[in-house]
Design a protein around this ligand. Structure first.
Ligand code: GLN
Length: 526
Protein backbone atom coordinates (compact mmCIF):
# COMPACT_ATOMS: atom_id res chain seq x y z
CA UNK A 1 0.00 0.00 0.00
CA UNK A 2 1.40 3.45 -0.82
CA UNK A 3 1.78 5.83 2.09
CA UNK A 4 -1.39 7.81 2.69
CA UNK A 5 -1.52 11.43 3.81
CA UNK A 6 -3.97 13.43 5.88
CA UNK A 7 -3.28 17.16 5.88
CA UNK A 8 -4.96 19.13 8.65
CA UNK A 9 -5.35 22.90 8.44
CA UNK A 10 -7.17 25.34 10.67
CA UNK A 11 -9.30 28.40 10.06
CA UNK A 12 -11.11 31.32 11.70
CA UNK A 13 -9.38 31.20 15.06
CA UNK A 14 -6.27 29.81 16.62
CA UNK A 15 -6.61 27.68 19.70
CA UNK A 16 -9.41 25.49 18.36
CA UNK A 17 -7.55 22.36 19.33
CA UNK A 18 -6.03 21.34 16.04
CA UNK A 19 -3.32 19.36 17.78
CA UNK A 20 -5.89 17.38 19.75
CA UNK A 21 -7.94 16.85 16.60
CA UNK A 22 -4.90 15.48 14.78
CA UNK A 23 -3.96 13.28 17.74
CA UNK A 24 -7.55 12.02 17.95
CA UNK A 25 -7.71 11.18 14.25
CA UNK A 26 -4.45 9.33 14.71
CA UNK A 27 -5.78 7.49 17.72
CA UNK A 28 -8.82 6.32 15.78
CA UNK A 29 -6.73 5.02 12.90
CA UNK A 30 -3.86 3.52 14.83
CA UNK A 31 -5.10 -0.05 15.34
CA UNK A 32 -3.68 -1.37 12.07
CA UNK A 33 -1.58 1.46 10.67
CA UNK A 34 1.86 2.75 11.39
CA UNK A 35 1.32 6.48 11.72
CA UNK A 36 3.85 9.30 11.67
CA UNK A 37 2.64 12.74 12.78
CA UNK A 38 4.40 15.79 11.35
CA UNK A 39 3.83 19.33 12.53
CA UNK A 40 4.66 22.40 10.45
CA UNK A 41 5.05 25.65 12.38
CA UNK A 42 5.34 28.97 10.59
CA UNK A 43 7.60 30.81 13.03
CA UNK A 44 11.26 31.51 12.31
CA UNK A 45 12.66 30.06 15.50
CA UNK A 46 14.43 26.82 14.63
CA UNK A 47 12.53 25.21 17.51
CA UNK A 48 10.36 26.44 20.40
CA UNK A 49 13.24 25.84 22.84
CA UNK A 50 14.15 29.51 22.75
CA UNK A 51 10.61 30.71 23.46
CA UNK A 52 9.08 31.62 26.78
CA UNK A 53 6.30 29.27 27.95
CA UNK A 54 3.96 32.29 28.06
CA UNK A 55 4.50 32.69 24.32
CA UNK A 56 4.20 29.12 23.30
CA UNK A 57 3.12 26.88 26.15
CA UNK A 58 5.28 24.00 27.28
CA UNK A 59 8.38 23.05 25.33
CA UNK A 60 8.05 19.33 24.75
CA UNK A 61 11.26 17.29 24.74
CA UNK A 62 11.67 14.05 22.81
CA UNK A 63 13.87 11.01 23.46
CA UNK A 64 16.26 12.15 20.74
CA UNK A 65 16.70 15.53 22.46
CA UNK A 66 14.48 17.50 20.08
CA UNK A 67 12.71 20.49 21.62
CA UNK A 68 9.38 20.54 19.85
CA UNK A 69 5.89 21.97 19.84
CA UNK A 70 3.69 20.83 22.72
CA UNK A 71 1.33 19.15 20.25
CA UNK A 72 3.91 16.38 20.13
CA UNK A 73 2.87 15.59 23.67
CA UNK A 74 -0.66 14.96 22.42
CA UNK A 75 0.62 12.90 19.50
CA UNK A 76 2.73 10.67 21.72
CA UNK A 77 0.02 10.23 24.32
CA UNK A 78 -2.82 9.59 21.86
CA UNK A 79 -0.90 7.55 19.32
CA UNK A 80 1.46 5.64 21.57
CA UNK A 81 4.40 6.56 19.34
CA UNK A 82 7.83 7.94 20.18
CA UNK A 83 8.24 11.00 18.00
CA UNK A 84 11.42 12.36 16.49
CA UNK A 85 12.74 15.87 16.34
CA UNK A 86 12.68 15.76 12.55
CA UNK A 87 8.90 15.45 12.59
CA UNK A 88 8.57 19.06 13.73
CA UNK A 89 9.28 21.25 10.73
CA UNK A 90 9.48 24.96 11.54
CA UNK A 91 9.94 27.73 9.01
CA UNK A 92 13.17 28.44 10.92
CA UNK A 93 14.42 24.96 9.97
CA UNK A 94 13.19 25.34 6.39
CA UNK A 95 15.03 28.61 5.84
CA UNK A 96 18.14 27.19 7.47
CA UNK A 97 18.08 24.28 5.01
CA UNK A 98 17.46 26.54 2.02
CA UNK A 99 20.33 28.81 3.03
CA UNK A 100 22.70 25.87 3.49
CA UNK A 101 21.76 24.52 0.08
CA UNK A 102 22.29 27.89 -1.55
CA UNK A 103 25.72 28.36 0.01
CA UNK A 104 26.73 24.83 -0.90
CA UNK A 105 25.92 25.63 -4.51
CA UNK A 106 22.94 23.29 -4.87
CA UNK A 107 21.10 26.00 -6.80
CA UNK A 108 24.11 27.24 -8.76
CA UNK A 109 23.06 29.52 -11.61
CA UNK A 110 19.48 29.80 -10.38
CA UNK A 111 17.46 32.51 -8.68
CA UNK A 112 16.39 30.94 -5.38
CA UNK A 113 12.66 31.47 -4.92
CA UNK A 114 9.85 30.64 -2.56
CA UNK A 115 8.30 28.49 -5.24
CA UNK A 116 9.69 25.99 -6.12
CA UNK A 117 12.79 26.06 -3.90
CA UNK A 118 11.31 26.60 -0.47
CA UNK A 119 8.25 24.46 -1.15
CA UNK A 120 10.54 21.71 -2.49
CA UNK A 121 12.52 21.76 0.74
CA UNK A 122 9.29 21.40 2.75
CA UNK A 123 8.06 18.48 0.66
CA UNK A 124 11.52 16.97 0.45
CA UNK A 125 11.73 16.94 4.23
CA UNK A 126 8.38 15.19 4.56
CA UNK A 127 9.30 12.62 1.90
CA UNK A 128 12.60 12.00 3.66
CA UNK A 129 10.75 11.22 6.89
CA UNK A 130 8.50 8.87 4.91
CA UNK A 131 11.57 7.19 3.40
CA UNK A 132 13.08 6.70 6.86
CA UNK A 133 9.99 5.58 8.74
CA UNK A 134 8.01 3.81 6.04
CA UNK A 135 4.66 4.69 7.63
CA UNK A 136 1.26 3.64 6.32
CA UNK A 137 -0.13 7.04 7.11
CA UNK A 138 1.35 10.50 7.61
CA UNK A 139 -0.65 13.07 9.53
CA UNK A 140 0.52 16.57 8.72
CA UNK A 141 -0.68 19.39 10.95
CA UNK A 142 -0.19 22.91 9.61
CA UNK A 143 0.07 25.26 12.57
CA UNK A 144 -1.77 28.57 12.70
CA UNK A 145 -4.77 29.53 10.59
CA UNK A 146 -5.28 29.80 6.86
CA UNK A 147 -4.59 33.39 5.80
CA UNK A 148 -1.58 33.83 8.10
CA UNK A 149 1.35 35.03 5.98
CA UNK A 150 3.74 32.71 7.77
CA UNK A 151 1.84 29.60 6.70
CA UNK A 152 1.48 30.35 3.01
CA UNK A 153 4.51 28.32 1.96
CA UNK A 154 3.43 25.29 3.94
CA UNK A 155 -0.05 25.49 2.41
CA UNK A 156 1.37 25.79 -1.08
CA UNK A 157 3.63 22.78 -0.44
CA UNK A 158 0.62 20.80 0.79
CA UNK A 159 -1.35 21.75 -2.31
CA UNK A 160 1.47 20.53 -4.51
CA UNK A 161 1.69 17.24 -2.63
CA UNK A 162 -1.52 16.07 -4.23
CA UNK A 163 0.27 15.80 -7.57
CA UNK A 164 3.32 14.16 -6.03
CA UNK A 165 1.55 11.40 -4.08
CA UNK A 166 -1.59 10.94 -6.22
CA UNK A 167 -4.99 12.33 -5.29
CA UNK A 168 -6.26 8.93 -4.13
CA UNK A 169 -3.59 8.95 -1.41
CA UNK A 170 -4.18 12.29 0.24
CA UNK A 171 -7.06 14.06 1.94
CA UNK A 172 -7.41 17.52 3.42
CA UNK A 173 -9.18 18.14 6.71
CA UNK A 174 -10.07 21.67 7.74
CA UNK A 175 -10.87 22.60 11.34
CA UNK A 176 -13.04 25.69 11.73
CA UNK A 177 -15.25 27.41 14.24
CA UNK A 178 -19.03 27.45 14.33
CA UNK A 179 -20.10 30.17 16.76
CA UNK A 180 -23.48 30.56 18.41
CA UNK A 181 -23.64 34.32 18.98
CA UNK A 182 -25.33 35.48 22.14
CA UNK A 183 -28.88 36.59 21.43
CA UNK A 184 -28.93 34.95 18.00
CA UNK A 185 -28.84 31.49 19.55
CA UNK A 186 -28.19 29.81 16.26
CA UNK A 187 -25.16 27.99 14.87
CA UNK A 188 -23.49 30.18 12.29
CA UNK A 189 -21.67 28.76 9.29
CA UNK A 190 -20.38 31.95 7.70
CA UNK A 191 -16.91 31.96 9.32
CA UNK A 192 -16.48 28.39 8.04
CA UNK A 193 -17.52 29.36 4.53
CA UNK A 194 -15.09 32.26 4.56
CA UNK A 195 -12.20 30.24 5.85
CA UNK A 196 -12.85 27.46 3.33
CA UNK A 197 -12.87 30.13 0.63
CA UNK A 198 -9.43 31.26 1.76
CA UNK A 199 -8.27 27.67 1.54
CA UNK A 200 -9.76 27.22 -1.93
CA UNK A 201 -8.02 30.37 -3.13
CA UNK A 202 -4.85 28.53 -2.27
CA UNK A 203 -5.92 25.54 -4.32
CA UNK A 204 -6.80 23.30 -1.40
CA UNK A 205 -10.29 21.81 -1.46
CA UNK A 206 -11.11 20.20 1.88
CA UNK A 207 -12.52 16.67 1.93
CA UNK A 208 -13.62 16.85 5.55
CA UNK A 209 -14.62 19.83 7.68
CA UNK A 210 -14.57 19.69 11.45
CA UNK A 211 -16.62 22.48 12.98
CA UNK A 212 -15.69 23.31 16.53
CA UNK A 213 -18.88 24.18 18.37
CA UNK A 214 -20.39 24.19 21.83
CA UNK A 215 -23.20 21.92 20.54
CA UNK A 216 -23.47 19.10 18.06
CA UNK A 217 -23.87 20.67 14.63
CA UNK A 218 -27.50 20.79 13.53
CA UNK A 219 -28.73 19.12 10.36
CA UNK A 220 -29.32 22.55 8.87
CA UNK A 221 -25.85 23.87 9.53
CA UNK A 222 -24.29 20.64 8.25
CA UNK A 223 -26.30 20.96 5.05
CA UNK A 224 -25.28 24.57 4.66
CA UNK A 225 -21.57 23.89 5.19
CA UNK A 226 -21.79 20.91 2.87
CA UNK A 227 -23.44 22.97 0.17
CA UNK A 228 -21.35 26.13 0.38
CA UNK A 229 -18.05 24.39 0.94
CA UNK A 230 -18.58 21.55 -1.46
CA UNK A 231 -18.08 18.60 0.91
CA UNK A 232 -20.41 15.66 1.47
CA UNK A 233 -22.88 16.22 4.35
CA UNK A 234 -21.42 13.18 6.11
CA UNK A 235 -18.01 14.78 5.93
CA UNK A 236 -19.08 17.70 8.13
CA UNK A 237 -18.05 16.65 11.63
CA UNK A 238 -18.71 18.22 15.01
CA UNK A 239 -15.65 19.14 17.02
CA UNK A 240 -17.55 19.44 20.26
CA UNK A 241 -16.33 21.53 23.22
CA UNK A 242 -15.55 18.98 25.91
CA UNK A 243 -14.40 19.05 29.49
CA UNK A 244 -11.50 16.77 28.83
CA UNK A 245 -9.63 16.22 25.62
CA UNK A 246 -9.81 12.44 25.92
CA UNK A 247 -13.42 12.61 24.81
CA UNK A 248 -12.54 13.92 21.37
CA UNK A 249 -11.72 10.53 19.79
CA UNK A 250 -15.05 9.24 21.12
CA UNK A 251 -16.95 12.18 19.60
CA UNK A 252 -15.16 11.78 16.27
CA UNK A 253 -16.00 8.10 16.21
CA UNK A 254 -19.66 8.86 16.96
CA UNK A 255 -19.65 11.38 14.14
CA UNK A 256 -18.48 8.71 11.72
CA UNK A 257 -15.08 10.21 11.00
CA UNK A 258 -13.14 6.92 10.75
CA UNK A 259 -15.45 5.47 8.07
CA UNK A 260 -15.22 8.61 5.97
CA UNK A 261 -11.44 8.51 6.13
CA UNK A 262 -11.39 4.77 5.39
CA UNK A 263 -13.51 5.33 2.33
CA UNK A 264 -11.66 8.34 1.01
CA UNK A 265 -8.22 6.84 1.46
CA UNK A 266 -9.17 3.24 0.82
CA UNK A 267 -7.77 2.00 4.12
CA UNK A 268 -9.25 0.01 6.97
CA UNK A 269 -8.18 0.38 10.57
CA UNK A 270 -11.18 0.10 12.87
CA UNK A 271 -10.98 1.96 16.17
CA UNK A 272 -11.21 0.13 19.47
CA UNK A 273 -12.03 2.60 22.21
CA UNK A 274 -13.01 0.20 24.98
CA UNK A 275 -9.94 0.70 27.15
CA UNK A 276 -9.85 4.41 26.44
CA UNK A 277 -13.49 4.72 27.55
CA UNK A 278 -12.82 2.84 30.77
CA UNK A 279 -10.04 5.30 31.65
CA UNK A 280 -12.39 8.21 31.05
CA UNK A 281 -15.04 6.56 33.20
CA UNK A 282 -12.51 6.38 36.03
CA UNK A 283 -11.57 10.02 35.60
CA UNK A 284 -15.24 11.03 35.55
CA UNK A 285 -16.29 8.97 38.54
CA UNK A 286 -13.58 9.37 41.14
CA UNK A 287 -13.96 7.72 44.51
CA UNK A 288 -11.54 10.08 46.28
CA UNK A 289 -10.20 13.58 45.97
CA UNK A 290 -6.92 15.37 46.74
CA UNK A 291 -5.42 18.82 46.29
CA UNK A 292 -1.90 19.32 45.02
CA UNK A 293 -0.13 22.68 45.21
CA UNK A 294 1.67 23.46 41.97
CA UNK A 295 4.34 25.97 42.89
CA UNK A 296 5.56 27.68 39.74
CA UNK A 297 5.97 30.99 38.04
CA UNK A 298 4.05 30.34 34.85
CA UNK A 299 0.86 29.50 36.68
CA UNK A 300 -1.04 32.13 34.68
CA UNK A 301 -0.90 29.87 31.67
CA UNK A 302 -1.83 26.26 32.33
CA UNK A 303 -0.36 25.24 28.96
CA UNK A 304 3.09 25.85 30.46
CA UNK A 305 2.59 22.74 32.55
CA UNK A 306 0.54 20.70 30.08
CA UNK A 307 2.39 17.41 30.48
CA UNK A 308 2.28 17.57 34.26
CA UNK A 309 -1.49 18.01 34.14
CA UNK A 310 -1.69 15.09 31.73
CA UNK A 311 0.38 12.93 34.05
CA UNK A 312 -2.13 13.80 36.79
CA UNK A 313 -4.96 12.69 34.50
CA UNK A 314 -3.20 9.40 33.90
CA UNK A 315 -2.95 8.86 37.66
CA UNK A 316 -6.63 9.77 38.04
CA UNK A 317 -7.55 7.15 35.48
CA UNK A 318 -5.70 4.43 37.39
CA UNK A 319 -6.35 5.50 40.97
CA UNK A 320 -9.89 6.81 40.44
CA UNK A 321 -9.11 10.00 42.25
CA UNK A 322 -9.85 13.60 41.46
CA UNK A 323 -6.74 15.76 41.58
CA UNK A 324 -7.43 19.43 42.26
CA UNK A 325 -4.55 21.68 41.37
CA UNK A 326 -3.94 24.68 43.54
CA UNK A 327 -1.86 27.10 41.50
CA UNK A 328 0.64 28.80 43.75
CA UNK A 329 2.44 31.69 42.10
CA UNK A 330 5.82 31.62 43.80
CA UNK A 331 6.80 35.14 42.80
CA UNK A 332 4.34 36.59 45.29
CA UNK A 333 4.02 33.96 47.90
CA UNK A 334 3.22 33.76 51.54
CA UNK A 335 3.74 30.07 51.27
CA UNK A 336 3.12 28.64 54.62
CA UNK A 337 -0.45 29.93 54.63
CA UNK A 338 -1.28 29.16 51.02
CA UNK A 339 -0.10 25.62 51.52
CA UNK A 340 -2.46 25.00 54.43
CA UNK A 341 -4.51 21.88 53.84
CA UNK A 342 -2.93 20.69 50.58
CA UNK A 343 -2.24 16.96 50.26
CA UNK A 344 0.93 17.32 48.23
CA UNK A 345 3.37 19.88 46.90
CA UNK A 346 4.87 19.80 43.43
CA UNK A 347 7.68 22.06 42.28
CA UNK A 348 8.04 21.86 38.50
CA UNK A 349 10.89 22.84 36.18
CA UNK A 350 11.86 26.40 35.48
CA UNK A 351 14.60 28.83 34.57
CA UNK A 352 16.11 31.95 36.10
CA UNK A 353 15.86 33.29 39.59
CA UNK A 354 12.36 34.77 39.69
CA UNK A 355 10.16 32.95 42.20
CA UNK A 356 12.84 30.54 43.42
CA UNK A 357 12.87 31.67 47.06
CA UNK A 358 9.13 31.06 47.24
CA UNK A 359 9.61 27.57 45.88
CA UNK A 360 12.38 26.86 48.37
CA UNK A 361 10.03 27.93 51.14
CA UNK A 362 7.35 25.59 49.82
CA UNK A 363 9.84 22.73 49.79
CA UNK A 364 10.81 23.47 53.38
CA UNK A 365 7.15 23.31 54.36
CA UNK A 366 6.81 19.95 52.57
CA UNK A 367 9.90 18.54 54.26
CA UNK A 368 9.19 19.77 57.76
CA UNK A 369 5.47 19.02 57.80
CA UNK A 370 5.84 15.62 56.18
CA UNK A 371 3.71 16.61 53.17
CA UNK A 372 4.31 14.50 50.03
CA UNK A 373 6.65 16.35 47.68
CA UNK A 374 7.64 15.84 44.07
CA UNK A 375 10.36 17.98 42.51
CA UNK A 376 11.01 18.08 38.78
CA UNK A 377 14.31 19.34 37.38
CA UNK A 378 14.52 22.81 38.95
CA UNK A 379 12.36 21.24 41.67
CA UNK A 380 15.21 18.83 42.48
CA UNK A 381 17.77 21.59 42.41
CA UNK A 382 15.77 23.72 44.83
CA UNK A 383 15.16 20.74 47.12
CA UNK A 384 18.92 20.27 47.31
CA UNK A 385 19.39 23.99 48.06
CA UNK A 386 16.75 23.88 50.80
CA UNK A 387 18.37 20.80 52.34
CA UNK A 388 21.86 22.32 52.11
CA UNK A 389 20.70 25.50 53.84
CA UNK A 390 18.40 24.15 56.50
CA UNK A 391 19.76 20.67 57.24
CA UNK A 392 23.45 20.81 56.32
CA UNK A 393 23.81 24.33 57.72
CA UNK A 394 25.29 25.77 54.51
CA UNK A 395 23.85 29.25 54.88
CA UNK A 396 23.18 31.03 51.60
CA UNK A 397 23.64 27.84 49.57
CA UNK A 398 22.30 28.34 46.08
CA UNK A 399 22.52 27.50 42.41
CA UNK A 400 24.97 29.51 40.34
CA UNK A 401 22.10 30.07 37.91
CA UNK A 402 20.37 32.07 40.65
CA UNK A 403 23.31 33.53 42.58
CA UNK A 404 26.64 33.27 40.75
CA UNK A 405 28.51 34.47 43.86
CA UNK A 406 27.04 32.08 46.40
CA UNK A 407 29.47 30.75 49.00
CA UNK A 408 28.00 27.26 48.59
CA UNK A 409 27.23 26.52 44.92
CA UNK A 410 25.44 23.24 45.62
CA UNK A 411 23.94 23.45 42.13
CA UNK A 412 26.36 24.38 39.40
CA UNK A 413 26.54 24.43 35.64
CA UNK A 414 27.45 21.11 34.01
CA UNK A 415 31.16 21.15 33.09
CA UNK A 416 30.37 20.42 29.43
CA UNK A 417 28.05 23.44 29.39
CA UNK A 418 30.68 25.97 30.49
CA UNK A 419 32.09 26.72 27.03
CA UNK A 420 28.73 26.88 25.27
CA UNK A 421 27.56 30.32 24.24
CA UNK A 422 24.69 29.51 21.86
CA UNK A 423 21.36 29.22 23.63
CA UNK A 424 19.34 27.19 21.10
CA UNK A 425 19.35 23.39 21.44
CA UNK A 426 22.43 23.32 23.65
CA UNK A 427 21.11 22.13 27.02
CA UNK A 428 21.49 18.55 28.21
CA UNK A 429 18.53 17.32 26.22
CA UNK A 430 16.69 14.09 25.67
CA UNK A 431 16.58 10.63 27.22
CA UNK A 432 19.32 9.50 29.59
CA UNK A 433 19.44 6.37 31.68
CA UNK A 434 19.89 6.49 35.43
CA UNK A 435 21.00 3.62 37.64
CA UNK A 436 18.66 3.22 40.60
CA UNK A 437 19.80 2.38 44.10
CA UNK A 438 18.43 -0.71 45.75
CA UNK A 439 16.01 -0.21 48.61
CA UNK A 440 14.87 3.24 47.49
CA UNK A 441 11.33 4.46 46.78
CA UNK A 442 12.36 5.42 43.27
CA UNK A 443 13.64 1.96 42.45
CA UNK A 444 10.52 0.31 43.77
CA UNK A 445 8.32 2.68 41.76
CA UNK A 446 10.17 1.95 38.52
CA UNK A 447 10.38 -1.73 39.43
CA UNK A 448 13.75 -1.82 37.75
CA UNK A 449 17.42 -1.07 38.33
CA UNK A 450 17.39 1.48 35.51
CA UNK A 451 15.16 4.31 34.42
CA UNK A 452 15.29 6.32 31.22
CA UNK A 453 13.69 9.76 31.35
CA UNK A 454 13.92 12.93 29.29
CA UNK A 455 16.01 15.93 30.32
CA UNK A 456 16.29 19.63 29.62
CA UNK A 457 18.77 21.42 31.86
CA UNK A 458 22.18 23.05 32.14
CA UNK A 459 22.77 22.76 35.87
CA UNK A 460 23.32 19.78 38.17
CA UNK A 461 24.06 18.87 41.78
CA UNK A 462 27.67 19.96 42.29
CA UNK A 463 29.83 16.83 42.93
CA UNK A 464 31.79 18.75 45.56
CA UNK A 465 28.72 18.66 47.78
CA UNK A 466 27.66 15.05 47.21
CA UNK A 467 29.29 13.88 50.40
CA UNK A 468 27.91 16.48 52.79
CA UNK A 469 24.38 16.07 51.39
CA UNK A 470 24.53 12.29 51.81
CA UNK A 471 26.15 12.48 55.23
CA UNK A 472 23.20 14.56 56.35
CA UNK A 473 20.70 11.99 55.17
CA UNK A 474 19.80 12.83 51.59
CA UNK A 475 19.64 9.67 49.49
CA UNK A 476 20.76 9.76 45.87
CA UNK A 477 18.36 7.14 44.63
CA UNK A 478 19.44 7.39 41.01
CA UNK A 479 22.64 8.53 39.34
CA UNK A 480 23.91 8.68 35.76
CA UNK A 481 25.71 5.60 34.42
CA UNK A 482 29.11 7.09 35.22
CA UNK A 483 27.91 8.01 38.71
CA UNK A 484 28.72 11.68 38.15
CA UNK A 485 25.25 13.20 37.89
CA UNK A 486 22.51 12.99 40.49
CA UNK A 487 19.31 12.04 38.69
CA UNK A 488 16.98 11.17 41.59
CA UNK A 489 16.97 12.11 45.25
CA UNK A 490 14.76 11.15 48.17
CA UNK A 491 14.53 11.56 51.91
CA UNK A 492 13.94 8.53 54.10
CA UNK A 493 11.71 9.03 57.15
CA UNK A 494 9.34 11.13 55.10
CA UNK A 495 5.97 10.16 53.66
CA UNK A 496 7.20 10.88 50.16
CA UNK A 497 9.96 13.32 49.36
CA UNK A 498 11.26 12.56 45.90
CA UNK A 499 12.77 14.69 43.16
CA UNK A 500 14.38 14.12 39.81
CA UNK A 501 16.64 16.07 37.47
CA UNK A 502 14.50 14.71 34.62
CA UNK A 503 11.01 15.44 33.36
CA UNK A 504 9.15 12.14 33.83
CA UNK A 505 5.86 13.87 32.96
CA UNK A 506 6.95 13.84 29.31
CA UNK A 507 6.73 10.07 29.02
CA UNK A 508 3.58 9.56 31.05
CA UNK A 509 0.84 7.76 29.15
CA UNK A 510 -2.76 6.91 29.82
CA UNK A 511 -1.86 3.21 29.73
CA UNK A 512 1.11 3.74 32.03
CA UNK A 513 1.30 6.79 34.27
CA UNK A 514 4.81 8.05 35.02
CA UNK A 515 6.00 6.01 38.04
CA UNK A 516 7.05 9.01 40.13
CA UNK A 517 3.69 10.70 39.60
CA UNK A 518 1.89 7.51 40.47
CA UNK A 519 3.89 7.17 43.68
CA UNK A 520 3.40 10.82 44.54
CA UNK A 521 -0.38 10.78 44.06
CA UNK A 522 -0.65 7.53 46.03
CA UNK A 523 1.27 9.18 48.85
CA UNK A 524 -1.04 12.20 48.68
CA UNK A 525 -3.96 9.84 49.06
CA UNK A 526 -2.36 8.69 52.33
N1 GLN B 1 17.15 26.00 35.10
C1 GLN B 1 17.57 24.70 35.51
C2 GLN B 1 18.70 24.18 34.63
O1 GLN B 1 18.92 24.67 33.57
C3 GLN B 1 16.41 23.73 35.53
C4 GLN B 1 15.84 23.47 34.17
C5 GLN B 1 14.48 22.83 34.21
O2 GLN B 1 13.81 22.85 35.23
N2 GLN B 1 14.05 22.28 33.11
O3 GLN B 1 19.37 23.26 35.01
Amino acid sequence: MPTKYIIVTGGVLSGLGKGIAVASIGHLLSSRLKIVPIKCDGYLNVDPGTMNPFEHGEVFVLDDGGEVDMDFGHYERFLGVTCKSKWNLTMGKVFEMVRQKERRGDYLGKTVQYIPHVTDVIKGHIFQVVEEEKPDLVLVEIGGTVGDIENELFLEAMRQMKEDVGKQNIIYVHLTYVPIPHGVNEQKSKPTQQSVNLLKQRGIFPDIIIGRCSQFLTKEVRAKISNFCDVQPKAVITGLDVDDIYEIPIIFEQEGLPEIIHKKLNIYSPPDLRKWKSYIENIRHPTKEITVAMCGKYTRLEDSYASILEAFNHCSAHLRCKINVKWVETTDLENARVLEGVDGILVPGGFGSRGTEGKIEAIQVARERNIPFLGLCLGLQLAVIEFARNVCGLQGANSTEIDPDTAYPVIDILPEQKQITDKGGTMRLGAYTAMLKEGTIVRSLYGSAKASERHRHRYEVNPEFHEILQDNGMVFSGVSKDGRLVEFIELPDHKFFVATQAHPELKSRMEKPAPLFYGFIKACLG
